[in-house]
Design a protein around this ligand. Structure first.
Ligand code: ADP
Length: 407
């Protein structure tokens, strides 16, 4: 019952009284495999919902095509597309029971006999563990229960494609974490092609096979979560994926194997030196969780301004010369505000970007590549550790995209 979904050169503009036109989605192309779950992520207004609505048939694209299993559905109305959508606000009919809500689409869109609709609803309710809700109306259910019913309603339709628009954003943090796992399990079990829109980067990192990162209507990267984390295409992806955000520092090439900023000189290892392209100015990047404190051999010193202990981790904000940086340290590490600490950035944690275009010039490789990047084989374990730490930090369900400095 599943389907391959192709979005080809999707472009959507809206008329705007002040600005003339707003380009909501700009030449977006995505090839989504049968049974794959992809997460569309990006800041508010980047075109996520418009993309989803164009796939659903709720918004007409200005140009471009939508194909399901190779068939062009661009001109088909929503009800004739083999897709089911789950919204943030559940959109259940208040006067109907959960059973009636779940069966309603089948009753309206198909000529399935009543008994079969009943059987399908029962089967899905059993799979989802919501059998006891079937005779209840929405006002007798909690938010989480309503969202389960809304999901169930999409599942009974047995569509080729599921479209989910921020389905968890009305739920509290704990329930959100639980439902996140439930949706993943259901999606694995049903194996239905799914496009899931969110601005929450924990969901982006953990739920999908691949992430499509968008900004200003443009696709910035379409890759696995770990590819986007380890080898971001540009500074936008680098700072959007990962929490707190990657630190970016303007540097000049010192010519003799160093990168110079106003407050430090970074000495490149021989292996790194060969990787650095010609050029005078770069943007030097390092993730907060990759640093080490070092009293004896620091790359630079940070004047600590704010310390936020979280128990498992400690977030430290501070000044590196004229620029602000964030460090993520083990929770066992205690630093007083106002202190100056020595910090080391290991060679395999260095990212380098073009200072004008923001494009990635150099990075370690993703551990899933089977290639450990500049540092050689010993670094494989180090990279894997980093990933694990990050995953557990994500599991703590920190506030979406919020680093301590609110970057
Ligand atoms: P996101 O889902 O990422 O927050 P949207 O797809 O909702 O982004 O919106 C993308 C851009 O298109 C925004 O600038 C938004 O203001 C604009 N937009 C969305 N829907 C409409 C509409 N119906 N009319 C005019 N502008 C719209």
């Amino acid at each position: 019952m599943s389907g391959r979904l192709t979005v080809r050169n999707l472009y959507k503009e809206y008329a705007d009284p002040d600005e003339g036109t707003i380009v909501a989605v700009d030449d977006l192309s995505l090839d989504i495999d049968d049974g794959e779950m992809i997460i569309v992520v990006g800041p508010s207004g980047c075109g996520k919902s418009t993309t989803l609505r164009c796939i659903a048939g709720l918004t007409d694209p200005t140009s471009g095509e939508i194909l399901i299993d190779g068939a062009d559905v661009t001109d088909l109305p929503a009800r004739k597309r083999d897709v089911a959508m789950v919204f943030q606000d559940y959109a259940l009919y208040p006067h109907m029971t959960a059973r009636e809500n779940m069966g309603f689409g089948l009753k309206m869109r198909t000529d399935l006999p009543k008994a079969e609709i009943r059987e399908r609803v029962d089967r899905v309710a059993e799979t989802m563990g919501i059998g006891d809700l079937l005779e209840k109306r929405p006002d007798e259910m909690s938010g989480g229960q309503q969202q389960r019913v809304a999901l169930g309603r999409a599942i009974v339709r047995e569509p080729a494609v599921f479209l989910m628009d921020e389905p968890l954003s009305n739920l509290d943090a704990k329930l959100r974490t639980k439902m996140r796992t439930e949706i993943q399990e259901l999606q694995n079990e049903l194996d239905v092609t799914t496009v899931y829109v969110t601005h929450n980067q924990t969901e982006a990192m953990t739920m999908g096979d691949r992430i499509a990162v968008m900004n200003h209507g443009n696709l910035q990267q379409f890759g696995t979560p770990l590819e986007c984390y380890h080898t971001p295409n540009n500074t936008f992806v680098a700072t959007f994926i990962g929490s707190p955000s990657m630190n970016l520092i303007d540097v000049a090439s010192g010519g003799t194997g160093t990168l110079d900023a106003d407050a430090f000189t970074y000495h490149l290892t021989d292996a790194l030196r060969e990787e650095v392209p010609d050029g005078d100015r770069f943007t030097f990047g390092f993730r907060p969780e990759d640093v080490e404190l070092s009293e004896t051999d620091p790359d630079f010193e940070v004047d600590v301004t704010v310390v936020e202990p979280r128990g498992d981790l400690t977030y430290v904000s501070g000044d590196l010369g004229s620029q602000s940086v964030t460090l993520t340290l083990p929770g066992t590490e205690w630093i007083e505000e106002g202190r100056t600490v020595g910090v080391r950035v290991p060679a395999d944690a260095v990212y380098l970007f073009d200072d004008e275009t923001g494009e990635l010039l150099f990075t370690r490789k993703s551990p899933t590549d089977g290639n450990t990047g500049a540092g050689g084989s010993a670094d494989a374990t180090e990279n894997a550790d980093t990933t694990e730490n990050t995953a557990s930090a994500e599991n703590a369900d920190r506030a979406e995209n919020a680093g301590p400095t609110g970057k």
